[in-house]
Write a protein that binds this ligand. Sequence first.
Ligand code: AMP
Ligand code: MG
Length: 390
Amino acid sequence: MISVSDALDTLLDLVSPTAAETVPLRAAAGRVLAEPVSAKRDQPPFAASAMDGYALKSAEVEKDAMFKVIGESAAGHGFTGRVGAGQAVRIFTGAPIPEGADFVVIQEDISRSGNLITIADHPGTSTNIRPKGGDFQIGTTIDAPRVLGSADIALLAAMNIAQVPVRKQPTVALISTGDELVLPGDTPGPDQIIASNTFGLDALLTAAGARVRILPIARDTESDLRTAFELAQDADLIVTIGGASVGDHDLVAGVTETLGMSRAFYKVAMRPGKPLMAGTLGQSAMVGLPGNPVSAMVCGHIFILPMLRAMLGLGTDTPALLTAPLAHPVSENGPRQHYMRGRYDGQTVHVFDDQDSARLTLLAEANVLVVRPPKDGARAIGERVNYLPI
Ligand code: AMP
Ligand code: MG
């Protein structure tokens, strides 16, 4: 049995970043920028008015000063002339500041009569001008890697980057195994349950940037399992669920062996999730997760998500654990690292009494996994413990 951190190191060694591809701007949302990109223009491309008002010379700005309005500068239609002494140009937000002007008096501070305006109120010291290139300039860079959020997409658009280099989405094939499983929506027989793990993992991994395929459920026969692996062989990562321990119907280890998998390890000192196997199968990394629903999901958080991040080029650092005081005492931990379902309410963390690895209701209620190292001693109320938000 190996430690969680050794297992994670080994798993991260099984994968590498996917290739880059170029996608249209709108398709880049949520994707990982693969290489730095640079602005192709200045923004704003000219000194621009930040307000609706009148552009004139700052040296002439004082209360009660009068000016003659000689034209207009609107967004998309600049004023082509020059502002001279005693002159002003009507201007709107986003419009170019005309030559000769270096100040915009906002319209609220102006009284106008025909073509004459008077500064009726103290206009303050802000010029109300956005300088050319004040947001970004040609060559301003967005660094990679970076998960592109909505603000990044807006920025890329403003930079006139219509095609974006991103990491290919890693493909993950999920294989549920078991004679007892049917799909959600099907009518289960009296001895059957609904396959839940593939759907939970699909949601987890898709949200984190994977392209997930859920393969047909493999019955507990070698040929079914073999067919599933054949269907999965072009995936970057194959994840099986269930059939990974040593029961009579646990076939994953045997079948992967006959398919030539070089096995990296088999068991990890953790709860839940001890029977976990991993290796390489052809071109794909392969991880065999335990079948118990909570175990499968916890292993998804602890192992599969970091592998996915590595494949997305986001590095191999595991997310830093947070700490919070316990709402109540917890007893000594056993020899395996325990990921305990619990709830953090913003003040203290409450560890659930029932840690049954088959109970999805408790996992759905949890918003943290409290991480207890092997042999961690009993902990008193108020003592700080490490947790991973989920
Ligand atoms: P196994 O590792 O195949 O012995 O499975 C352990 C437990 O997890 C059994 O109770 C299985 O019925 C259950 N299980 C296995 N795969 C799934 C799945 N995809 N969804 C829900 N439960 C599962
Ligand atoms: Mg099974």
